[in-house]
Design a binder for this molecule. Sequence first.
Ligand code: AMP
Length: 302
Amino acid sequence: MEPFPMTNTVLNDSGPQADLKVIRDPAEMRALSTRLAEEGRRIAFVPTMGYLHEGHLSLLREGRRHGDVLILSIFVNPIQFGEGEDFSVYPRDFERDVDLARSVGVDIVFAPDIEDLYPPEFATYVEVEGLSATLCGRSRPGHFRGVTTVVCKLFNIVRPRIAVFGRKDFQQLAVIRRMVRDLHMDIEVRGMPIVREADGLARSSRNVYLGDLRGQALCLVEALRLASRLVAGGERNSTAIIAAARERIEREPEARIDYIQICDETTLGDVEEVSPASVFLLAVRIGKTRLIDNHHLFEEMA
Ligand code: AMP
């Protein structure tokens, strides 16, 4: 896929070595994406909450490969955070994010202000029933309603042909695929593998909260590795695999399990027998930091 051609709408006026453009106004973003779409440009979109790391960059590289205009959104979405969650302290570093975005060839960073996405009269939500209620939805009621609402709004503003998400947030990906199907959105959703630190910890903007407890956070990936080894050795019984993983996590003094489940990858319903279509999902609090991770148990752990 060739990078965005310079012959039609010029994304900015700094010449062929065009730098990326930052847009805050949703109306301006939509007018530009409409024009780009009319010119036949294929818009690839990666929505994030910023504080970018290698996981986000892998999605952007994928977007760069498949689109000829690459748009990144950075928006810490207040309506997907519950009462007492980390909205106000969520890590932010816009300048660094823009530099990283530039380094992977992002054309446009869309970073709207909260008041522009949620004016006082705002009253419309998008909710995917069922899939949103299980797993993380149990301990974070309203979370996925917040996610699907903002992603739907961003899709309407950015008008992508392709949207790239990480499998790190496996349930989120399933919920978004369902929304896109149910609402007949003409968008190809791509899911990318989890990017991990060298020691296996899944990359997350929230890892900065861990401090001295980072070592204990490795229990999530170790539980996944243990479960994969059991499956490789012939174990298929979910209850037995979950019990072993639970035992591993509970060895860490600051670890509190939110859930450990083995689910069908599409319905997210619990499965009794593990198959290639099942995914092992867990959410664990390490001190005050809530971490999630997952793995298809028939696949090798990186
Ligand atoms: P966030 O900024 O945390 O809302 O994440 C934005 C996107 O990046 C979502 O699609 C996430 O699934 C994805 N993402 C976050 N962490 C990772 C990771 N470690 N590997 C792959 N994708 C990730």
